[in-house]
Design a protein around this ligand. Structure first.
Ligand code: AP5
Ligand code: ZN
Length: 217
């Protein structure tokens, strides 16, 4: 199963991807998580990416496409399939993905667009808490951890992402609408595109995804 999850910041990509990963035993490839791991390790790429991410911009197409290419070639979990979360988000990235899939003779099963109005996204993003090591995310109101500010699985502290503030979010939304909407429009012309109503409760969003995927496998 090979899937693209696309949607604005806070749409629920990182919340739903682990459900799909577990159900189908496939790799979850999130370019945002990969970049945050570079930032945490203090690499040169991480230092450069942090500035861009905190300002709500996009890291270069070559860098992110290169990261995905490395995963396809070296991550054995990709043999069963993958969920792309946060990639492609420019037309150039979509073209690079196309080439890569052609080279590897792979086909996508489904593109799921998680749709939510911008107003609700602000509430989701400003209340989000994350466990940096695993990428698990919580919400102070909509999905609180069992123990305040602690990860349910490891008990380690939860933090707020440095780009989860009103200013950076506004810029991320502008970036999404200008750079990623054209990618979604491109996918819409294919019969693999499916709209998911993502303003509903997480379990309801998951049910919609499951219905689509059962028909796409
Ligand atoms: P990335 O990490 O991909 O961030 P994003 O696209 O802005 O998306 P988010 O992670 O904010 O949202 P999400 O959809 O995963 O929401 P979540 O499930 O956590 O990218 C970060 C940055 O890295 C970019 O801005 C860019 O700079 C760079 N980057 C990454 N990829 C790149 C690329 N390909 N090219 C160039 N640059 C790139 O949910 C959000 C909150 O809502 C959580 O608190 C959650 O608990 C809650 N929630 C989720 N679903 C529901 C629900 N149904 N009901 C109630 N609450 C919910
Ligand atoms: Zn995410």
């Amino acid at each position: 199963m090979r899937i693209i999850l696309v949607g604005p910041p806070g749409a629920g990509k990182g919340t739903q991807a682990p459900n799909i990963q577990m159900k189908y035993g496939i790799a979850h490839l999130a370019t945002g998580d990969m970049l945050r791991s570079q930032v945490a390790r203090g690499t040169d790429l991480g230092k450069e990416a942090k500035q861009i991410m905190d300002q709500g911009g996009l890291v270069s197409d070559d860098i992110v496409a290169g990261m995905i290419r490395d995963e396809f070639l070296n991550n054995t979990a990709c043999k069963n399939g993958f969920i792309l979360d946060g990639f492609p988000r420019t037309v150039v990235q979509a073209e690079k993905l196309d080439e890569l899939l052609k080279d590897l003779k792979l086909e996508l099963n489904a593109v799921l667009e998680l749709q939510v109005d911008d107003e609700l996204l602000v509430r989701r993003i400003t209340g989000r808490l994350v466990h940096p090591a695993s990428g698990r995310s919580y919400h102070t109101e909509f999905n609180p951890p069992k123990v305040p500010m602690k990860d349910d699985v490891t008990g380690e502290p939860l933090v707020q992402r440095s780009d989860d503030n009103a200013d950076a979010l506004r810029k991320r939304l502008v970036t999404y609408h200008s750079q990623t909407t054209p990618v979604v429009d491109y996918f819409k012309k294919e019969n693999k595109w499916h709209r998911i109503e993502a303003a509903q409760k997480p379990e309801e969003v998951w049910q919609q995804i499951l219905e689509v995927l059962e028909k796409s496998s």
